[in-house]
Write a protein that binds this ligand. Sequence first.
Ligand code: HPA
Ligand code: ZN
Length: 340
Amino acid sequence: MRSTEAYVRALPKAELHLHIEGTLEPELAFRLAQKHGVALPYDSVAQLRAAYDFTDLQSFLTLYYALADVLQDADDFYELALSYLQRAHEQGVVHAEIFFDPQTHTARGVAFGAVVEGLSRALAEAERRFGMTYRLIACILRHLSAAEAMDTLHEVLEYREIIGAVGLDSSEVGHPPSKFAEVFEHARRKGLLTVAHAGEEGPPDYIYEALDLLAVERIDHGVRCEEDPALMQRLVREQVALTVCPLSNVKLRVFDDIEQHNLKRLLEAGLRVTVNSDDPAYFGGYLLENYLAVERALGLTRPQLATLARNSIEGSFLDADAKRRWIEAIDACASEAASG
Ligand code: HPA
Ligand code: ZN
């Protein structure tokens, strides 16, 4: 029987919760800092890595936004994204729905078009070289105003052929989904799909708001749904995908340790749970490491690992035909493992 690692790697998987800025490895950060003459407040890669000791979401975001300063031209975004896509491909990711934060870059004077150009060049190359498919999701920074979000949406709409959806991220508590109801309504009217971070640090009410006021297709994180049994029942009934990020949740202290993570309980309650890496350069692992961490800590079975992979395909924005083909491939992988 092959190892669990080989099994998970072989399962075709979609990654649905991945911030491209969160794939900035310290080595690349230093190289780009040198390229652009940006001073980083750290002397070495080791010193920077040592700063990845977060106490909550905000402590992470502060460092994450500061390091994003090194991303300045289209080539930087191309290199960032291609490194991620190469790694994801090696881990059996066949489809990636990638977040980026336009406001983090436009606020520094980086053109929206440069960000999109670099990212789409990498995505097209990954499609050509690895057969990977993708969607691009522009996230609204929720700590900024609804008016600024609307301005950003107008820029997003200029790249309507490349950007398929809008999301909502950054500091959650105090910035409920309701703040952006109008912006998301406009996005949907223009044909964009919507997703939102909710129930990571924020309460179950934020998950209701994301569903009812933003009409999201899925919930990013959503782990705090467990505090509300009626919400759990609804998520099961409507089969809303949750894009859960186990290593992120431990690094940002949503759970004290990986053994306390509720992923297995949510899965066994019938929710459409998926596994994702969020900001892998900061949280200690890419998609494969996230699967293996929960497998080991929570004792997931191989059929449960296959269910997580199936959920990632079902919860994606792929069309019905592509979904059917990947589900068949996952079924084949799972039955080969069961018989061998
Ligand atoms: N939550 C909110 N905003 C983010 C995250 C997250 O986990 N990662 C990057 N931006
Ligand atoms: Zn996230």
